[in-house]
Write a protein that binds this ligand. Structure first.
Ligand code: MTE
Ligand code: MO
Length: 374
């Protein structure tokens, strides 16, 4: 069993797939704390968790002309300044199960919790690339920074992904090679000993168990860059899909969801508190969350909490809550939330027009129905 060496996991996690391990925390636990505890942070593995020995670990960095630098963990920590940043990671498949209720899609049936937030500590990718010999000028041509994981499939192919070179050099230099998560050593499930953290960008590019970094004119040749994690029209099916026609997902669209009350719950008459999270890609902050108790006919503005990060560098979610009177005659409530980001992007009201065969980018208004009773 190639998965026999996987680490132990927290029993509260809702398991989507055991081998490879994919799990999300219960939604109501997700918004209990602003930073997600490491054990509850969602886990998305495509392959067995590799056993990496810290002492023999070397990060390979391919410099210009193909010269390969090898950096041990102590060397990385000694040579480059430590940088810390709070970043939310979201899987492209977060809320996929709502899409498959419209029409069958291919993928893990994630609920609303394939998203989590941590304070990451590590070195700046930009500093490492500069040390390897790359300057800002490389950004002029279209180049990509390619990452390879140490996790491999049965055929020996590593997990891989890439980001545009300008993303690596820009982003307020917040793209990290992280060795710490919430003040602890990076856990095995999250990429021990070193992972990429690309703020504002889809989870899939945040390569764990990082083995090799290179710069190329081409995007990563990996399956997950080329033939997965792309968006398509609702008209495209598995007979007609052509993965070369769509760009790889990088920045994610504006997102929000309700984490409490739970779907199908019974709530007492009087007053109700609704809670959730909101986030947008590309460093676009969340400027407002609207909540409705009557299916979207009337709205109230929720209160936002959590870290307020700088303009264009809002990498982490805001949590939100709203306490409102339950309409006296209501037997049921159709609770809805929708967020607005700093570019005034909004979420679509329904799933149908954004349905896609892979079930990615599922960010329609989130709806939770509850019963009102003593
Ligand atoms: N990196 C490697 N090496 N292998 C993987 O399977 N999964 C990716 C990304 N990085 C993956 C990876 C995907 S799709 C996501 S959503 C995030 O890691 C999940 O990160 P997490 O498990 O730390 O939450
Ligand atoms: Mo993902």
């Amino acid at each position: 069993d190639p998965y026999a060496g996987d680490p132990p996991r927290h029993p509260a996690l809702k398991v989507n797939s055991l081998k490879p391990f994919n799990a999300e925390p219960p939604a109501e636990l997700l918004t209990e704390t602003y930073l997600t505890p490491n054990q509850l942070f969602f886990k998305r593995n495509h392959l067995p968790v590799p056993a990496v020995a810290a002492a023999s670990y070397r990060l390979q960095v391919e410099g210009p002309g193909g010269r390969v630098l090898e950096l041990s963990l102590p060397e990385l920590k000694r040579r480059f300044p430590k940088h810390e940043v709070t970043v939310t990671l979201q899987c492209a498949g977060n809320r996929r199960s709502e899409m498959s209720r419209v029409r069958q899609v291919k993928g893990l049936e994630w609920g609303v919790a394939a998203i989590s937030t941590a304070r990451w500590g590590g070195v700046r990718l930009r500093d490492v690339l500069a040390h390897a010999g790359y300057g800002e000028e490389e950004a002029a041509g279209e180049q990509h920074v390619c990452f390879e994981g140490l996790d491999k499939d049965l055929g020996g192919a590593a997990y891989g992904a890439s980001i545009p070179f300008r993303t690596a050099m820009g982003r307020g230099a917040d793209v990290l090679l992280a060795y710490e998560m919430n003040g602890e050593e990076l856990p095995r499930d999250h990429g021990y000993p070193l992972r990429v953290v690309v703020p504002g960008v889809v989870g899939a590019r945040n390569v764990k168990w990082l083995g090799r970094v290179s710069v190329s004119r081409e995007e990563s040749p990996s399956h997950w860059q080329q033939n997965d994690y792309k968006g398509f029209s609702p008209a495209v099916d598995w007979d007609t899909v052509d993965f070369t026609t769509a760009p790889a997902i990088q920045e994610l669209p504006v997102q929000s969801a309700i984490t409490a009350p739970a779907p199908g719950a019974t709530v007492p008459p009087g007053e109700l508190t609704v809670k959730g999270y909101a986030w947008s890609g590309g460093g676009r902050g969340v400027v407002r969350v609207d909540v409705s108790l009557d299916g979207g006919r009337t709205w109230r503005v929720a209160e936002l909490t959590g870290e307020e990060q700088g303009p264009g560098r809002a990498w982490a979610w805001r949590l939100w809550q709203l306490t409102a009177p339950v309409p006296p005659d209501a037997a049921e409530l159709d609770i809805v939330c929708k967020a607005v980001d700093a570019s005034y992007n909004v979420q679509p009201d329904t799933v149908e027009p954004i349905w896609n065969l892979r079930g990615v980018l599922s960010n329609a208004w989130h709806r939770v129905r509850v019963t009102v009773a003593e």
